[in-house]
Write a protein that binds this ligand. Structure first.
Ligand SMILES: [Zn+2]
Length: 129
């Protein structure tokens, strides 16, 4: 729930974003306008926000632009490396397949490692099992 909604329900007094003082924390702010959100989008799909800045928020959400990301951890669970990849317009299943491909490529760059891959798509997991 956003701070704007919390304020409307009497749960908070200030609707401000915790990161941007004096900016109301709406859903659009969290997903598209907050500088932190912009940094995440730019790392996943560089230029996507600039190319779509004139779209309404609803049209922007429906744009169908996909990205994926993943990470590698060691046997202790510590972060070793990660990746993000802008894909463009595709299905959720295709995004999962891209994530698996990029994960395999990341494992290859790490050298001789035992790798275990996880995915949200049973079909993708079954295809590679
Ligand atoms: Zn913010």
């Amino acid at each position: 729930m956003t701070n704007a909604n919390r304020t409307k329900r009497g749960l908070m007094e200030e609707p401000s974003c915790g990161l941007c003082i004096n900016t109301e924390e709406t859903t659009e702010h969290i997903l598209r306008c907050c500088p932190q959100a912009i940094q995440v989008w730019e790392s996943i799909m560089p230029g996507m926000l600039r190319a779509n800045h004139k779209r309404s928020f609803v049209d922007w959400l429906d744009a169908g632009q996909a990205g994926c990301g993943g990470l590698a951890r060691n046997e202790k669970g510590d972060w070793v490396a990660g990746f993000t990849h802008g894909i463009g317009s595709c299905s959720a299943e295709s995004a999962e397949a891209w994530a698996l491909l990029r994960g395999i490529q990341l494992a290859q760059t790490l050298g001789n490692v035992k790798a275990c891959f996880e995915s949200d798509s049973k079909r993708i997991v079954d295809a590679f099992s």
